[in-house]
Design a protein around this ligand. Structure first.
Ligand code: HEC
Length: 143
């Protein structure tokens, strides 16, 4: 029994060492120069999804402060320098404005402390995400 345990531990250790060596060799190759900016931008754009999840969490746990903080952060994403801006496309600018307007309405609903009202405004915000994403897919905008 003890022998089996020693063998098991050795195998686990070996696999861990191999995985670590592989990671050390792989990581410089995975992030190519120039890619880091793109990855940072993607993570930044993706963060909207994380804030969405926090809003849902706030709604389910009746934590309006959590919702308020998440909306403020989400709005800041559209103002950040990593926001994918397509300034010469009026439709994209309009979709960005719609998103910000929906976020403001959601903030106003939070002030009323009504879960139903906030949930409805959250739903409307989500449709602006989908609208813009459908638009950018159609246009072929990519990171
Ligand atoms: C006005 C346009 C616009 C709105 C509104 C918008 N996004 Fe995005 N989003 C983008 C663009 C542009 C990108 C970067 C291009 C891409 O990756 O497809 C992006 C990227 C993302 C990504 C990363 C996709 C990937 O391939 O890794 C996620 C996730 C995301 N957005 C979620 C959301 C969520 C959730 C909302 C709403 C709360 C939202 N977006 C609202 C324009 C928008």
């Amino acid at each position: 029994m003890n022998r089996l345990l020693i063998i098991l531990c050795s195998v686990t250790l070996l696999v861990t060492c191999l995985a670590m060596t592989w990671q050390q060799e792989e990581s410089p190759g995975v992030v190519l120069p120039g890619d880091s900016q793109r990855i940072a931008r993607r993570d930044f754009m993706r963060s909207k999804l994380m804030y969405s999840q926090l809003i849902l969490e706030g709604l389910t746990t009746h934590n309006f402060d959590m919702i308020n903080e998440a909306i403020s952060n989400m709005k800041m994403v559209t103002e950040g320098e990593l926001w994918v801006a397509v300034d010469d496309d009026p439709e994209y600018l309009e979709l960005t404005a719609d998103f910000r307007k929906a976020a403001t309405r959601l903030q106003e609903a939070v002030d009323t402390k009504s879960v139903d009202g906030t949930a409805m405004r959250f739903y409307q915000l989500n449709t602006t995400c989908i609208d813009c994403h459908q638009y950018i897919r159609g246009r072929g905008y990519k990171l």
